[in-house]
Design a protein around this ligand. Structure first.
Ligand code: CA
Ligand code: CA
Ligand code: CA
Length: 430
């Protein structure tokens, strides 16, 4: 599973106090043009012709002390690069929502907006990449906040469309809390030594959040909705180490992810293509949440023709073992009439959830899941529901899967369920 907390650039992998272990999530990603994204803009963009649009490679989320200049470069291990498949001239735009951008200008290519929030570079691919290697981003203030860089790349020679990418930059106030995380992400509290025993975690400040397991060495929670810059959440743990009582404390600062259009009780997050989505539970609490790229599961077995928002994977702690809950997803845009909510498992392949309920405008969808029942990927009555699923369009020229979910048969002693779980978790990289 991608880990979604941040290790600030230049910080040691473990803080001196040993309270928190920082993780970095997966490295550079390539964000390919989405025709669906372009549809609303079709009147503004040139028609697709021969040739291909440029492709960008951007670093994963960045976390740096507020007020410092963030440099994107190969030396800093966070370069931004762009490539056109035909080697055509490129026009690259970068827009920042909370600071200014500049490049050295040594290549002599066309540059507009130096030292502003909207920088545009036009020229040959090699020169643009030379300018990007050392791109400087200076935030307006030293506050803790999440900033966004929106990138667009166009082929200047061919009318081949536009590629989009986005980089999140988490600026944090120096001397602040132990851990920073973005709203709508899985946060792991890793304050304790490996041989700690008799652990009891409790929350000491901030709005109440639910930990995955108050007796675990490294419990998780999903950062709740924040629409006011940031909020702090503090936790303490008592434990026994080598027969002696010990204690630890962690404060986590959750920073607004920039999504404020959803109701206040909806946990918002970005899909793997940076589309805005939300999730709300009828009861229980989220302890893990990940938005995964659509190709995380590559199997073709009844695969939907498209998975426009990628996969959403989450774990819910239910109030009681065996509980049934309703999970409501808030979609980036209205689902079309033929799209359905799909689940995947390695035995049945992809299958639509027949009881998924869409709102009248099809911008929301509700699914019902039971701990230990159909739709719970851990197949156990254990107070946790684990669910990877996605919005999808029906596969072309395909019949429905013959094996319905949860139909392993009553006499298989659980081996079928365990096999399904094992293969599916392997495929999801858990
Ligand atoms: Ca091209
Ligand atoms: Ca927000
Ligand atoms: Ca379960």
């Amino acid at each position: 599973m991608p880990i979604s907390t941040f290790r600030p650039n230049g910080f040691p992998r473990c803080l001196p106090a040993g309270l928190v272990r920082w993780f970095c999530s997966r490295k550079s990603s390539v964000f390919i043009l989405s025709l669906i994204i372009l549809l609303p803009l079709s009147g503004l963009l040139p028609a697709h012709a021969e040739g291909s649009a440029p492709v960008m490679t951007v670093p994963d989320q960045q976390a740096v002390p507020g007020g410092t200049v963030l440099i994107f470069s190969e030396a800093e291990n966070n370069p931004i690069q762009v490539r056109d498949p035909e080697g055509d001239r490129i026009r690259l735009g970068i827009q920042a929502n909370c600071g200014v951008l500049t490049v050295s200008g040594t290549t002599g290519i066309d540059i507009t907006g130096r030292d502003t929030a909207h920088l545009i570079l036009s020229g040959p691919e090699a020169d643009i990449n030379r300018e990007l290697n050392g791109l400087r981003f200076t935030p307006f203030s030293s506050e803790s906040r999440l900033c966004r860089l929106d990138l667009t790349a166009e082929d200047q020679t061919e009318a081949a469309g536009v590629t989009f990418a986005q980089i999140h930059v988490l600026f944090f106030a120096p001397g602040g809390p132990d851990l920073f995380a973005e709203e709508g992400k899985t946060v792991t509290l890793t304050a304790l030594p490996a041989d700690a025993a008799d652990i009891v975690w409790r929350q000491t400040a901030g709005r109440a959040v639910g930990l995955s397991d108050a007796g675990a060495a490294a419990p998780t929670f999903v950062s709740p909705p924040v629409n006011t810059g940031f909020e702090d959440f503090s936790f303490s743990a008592s434990y026994v180490l080598e027969n002696s009582p010990a204690a630890a404390a962690v404060t986590v600062r959750i920073v607004d992810n920039g999504i404020s259009s959803l109701p206040p009780d909806v946990t918002s997050f970005y899909t793997s293509d940076f589309l805005e989505m939300g999730i709300r539970l009828s009861s229980g609490h989220l302890t893990e949440l990940s938005a995964l790229p659509a190709d995380t599961v590559s199997t073709d077995n009844h695969r939907p023709a498209s998975l426009p928002f990628g996969l959403v994977s989450f774990v819910v702690a239910t109030p009681r073992a065996g509980d049934r809950i309703t999970v409501e997803f808030f979609l980036p845009w209205a689902a079309s009439e033929d799209e359905a909510w799909y689940k995947y498992d390695a035995y049945s392949g992809w299958y639509p959830l027949d009881d998924a309920e869409f709102s009248d405008d099809r911008t929301r969808v509700r699914i019902s899941l039971a701990d230990g029942g159909s739709g719970d990927a851990d197949f156990a009555v254990n107070g946790r529901i684990s669910d990877p699923s996605a919005l999808g369009a029906p596969p072309e020229n395909s019949t429905a899967p013959e094996t319905a979910p949860g139909d392993c048969g009553s006499g298989d002693g659980g081996g079928c369920f365990l096999g399904r779980m094992r293969v599916m978790l392997e495929q999801l990289g858990k």
